[in-house]
Structures are given as structure tokens and as C-alpha cells.
Design a protein around this ligand. Sequence first.
Ligand code: CMP
Length: 132
Amino acid sequence: MDRTLMIIKPDAVKKNAVGDIIRRVEEKGFVVRELRMLSQTKEQARAFYAVHRERPFYEDLVDFMASGPCVPLVLERKDAVPFLREVVGATNPDEAGEGTIRKAHGSNIQNNAVHASDSAENAVAEISFYFN
Ligand code: CMP
């Protein structure tokens, strides 16, 4: 079975959407293998999103990810990485399809409720960022 990382971001935690988001991924056949809640420092958020450090939205993203608790989870399923990206929907909730998590819970392109790994290689690295 394949594994991927999802993070329920601070906006979704503040909206009390943790339970609904976990229900949605379980309903799609994912098994929750690891889960924790943490309040990230800006340094942790900077490190996690280092790939975006040259992008204009980087510092705002770091502030957002350090603005409250978030919930990283390891999810297992066949074809976990591409399948979770489908369930999550487009980065911009305005462009996310009906029935996706970002359509249901995202507010804007930054406060988009969840993160999902974008490749098998990144999934391995992102899982080890939060779980030993
Ligand atoms: P995520 O899938 O976690 O990957 C990078 C994050 O940067 C993205 O979700 C958004 O939360 C945030 N972000 C803010 N602005 C943009 C943008 N213009 N394009 C892509 N991501 C953005």
C-alpha cells in the first residue's frame, strides 16, 4: 500500500473541520496510519515549505502555517498520492471540483484547508518531517 501526507491546516482546525476532513478521506478508502496535532513555529513552517522560498507568497504562507495548530496525518491507500490530490481538489478553492475537501472547507488560495504531497518522493520526505 502507498502512503502520503496530508496536513489539516490552521484555518480548517479553527473552523472545527478536522472530523469532517478525516471522515471524507476515510470514506474514499484511506486508512489513517499516523496523526498528531502541533502548533508549528515559523522556523518549522519555513523548513516544510522551503521549496517555495522564492515565491512571493512564502512569508504569508509561513505566518499562516504558524498561526495555530495543524494536524498532519499519514494516509494509506492504493495510489495514495495521486488519489488524495483528487480528493483534496485544486490549490485554489474557487477552482476545486464539487465534493472536494478544498471546495467544502477552503477559503482562498492560501487558506485552503489542507496540504497533500504532490509526488511519491515528496510524500516520503514530508512524512519523515512530522513522523519518525
Ligand atoms: P499547498 O498545497 O500546501 O502548497 C503550497 C501552499 O502555498 C498552498 O497550498 C497554499 O496554501 C499557499 N499559496 C498561497 N498562494 C499561493 C499561490 N499563488 N499558488 C500556490 N500556492 C499558494
